[in-house]
Design a protein around this ligand. Structure first.
Ligand code: ZN
Length: 270
């Protein structure tokens, strides 16, 4: 099933599916309790990010090709960081470049397979890890590279947590339609030019391995979003480097899910 979270004509936030001609079938329920189908079709006025995450767990350097382009060693264990859940925006919403990230330019894109958990996970074995997945979506792990490096004092959270730095969507696709999350192509297109063109088969740690690792003696709540890392082609490793600018158009796609579109805007200093 392809699930959307949307605003209806009465201004309510709803879950739905079978989105066509500006309408969707309502799904009653929520992520924690599960969804039940209805036959009620309502108008969709705005598509939102598919979840408001409980937490966003990001994984760094999780593609062989990307680890190679950064010149860093292939990690022995997943490289974990967090993003502020309030940084999430939906499809077609602007990505805002904060004043502190404009000079020098430093804001980068990262297309990622986003994994959304449906039930509490703790000490989950690899073999049953995918049973905890509600669905998959497209994520953009927007990153301010100077804040991630020099100004981050050794951690990545600050540079990845500015408002609007986590576009997510446009839909959540349930695992029955994606039985193997390691068999998906993914790409990032910036102003019509392909910048990233990867495959989840290149992941160093699989989705199942990540869930097992992250849940070790650690409770992961329903609505946890795991950003599973980005393939090669990021802007800061290009020659010359490519950083996001006011007016840029981002189109991020993952096989079987769809395309997440956002425009970039520079915030004016007040
Ligand atoms: Zn990332």
């Amino acid at each position: 099933m392809r699930i959307i979270r949307f605003r209806d004509e009465a201004g309510r936030t709803r879950f739905g599916h079978d989105h066509q001609d500006g309408q969707a079938l309502i799904l009653e329920g929520d992520i924690r309790g599960g969804f039940s189908e209805t036959s009620q079709r309502v108008g969709v006025t705005k598509i939102m990010a598919p979840v408001q995450p409980a937490v966003i767990l990001g994984i760094g350097l999780n593609y062989h090709e990307h680890a190679r382009e950064t010149g860093l060693e292939v990690p022995k264990y997943p490289v974990l960081f967090m993003k502020n859940p309030a940084s999430v925006v939906g499809p077609e919403e602007p990505v805002i470049l904060p004043p502190s990230c404009l000079n020098p330019p430093q804001v980068d894109y990262e297309v990622e397979l986003a994994v959304i958990l449906k039930k509490t996970a703790r000490n989950v074995p690899v073999e049953s890890a995918l049973d905890y997945v509600l669905g998959y979506s497209v994520g953009n792990d927007i990153s301010a590279r100077r804040w991630q490096g020099v100004k981050g004092s050794g951690q990545w959270c600050r540079g990845k947590s500015f408002d609007t730095f986590c576009p997510l969507g446009p839909v959540l696709v349930t695992p029955d339609e994606i039985p193997d999350p390691q068999a998906l192509s993914l790409s990032c297109v910036l102003n019509g030019e392909v910048m990233q063109d990867g495959h989840t088969g290149d992941m160093i740690f699989s989705v199942a391995e990540l869930i097992a690792f992250l849940s070790e003696s650690t409770t992961l709540l329903p609505g946890t979003v795991i950003l599973t890392g980005t393939p090669s082609g990021v802007g800061f490793k290009r020659t010359p480097p490519v950083y996001l600018q006011d007016g840029d158009q981002l189109e991020l796609s993952v096989d079987k899910i769809g395309t997440l579109r956002n425009q970039v805007r520079a915030e004016k200093e007040e």
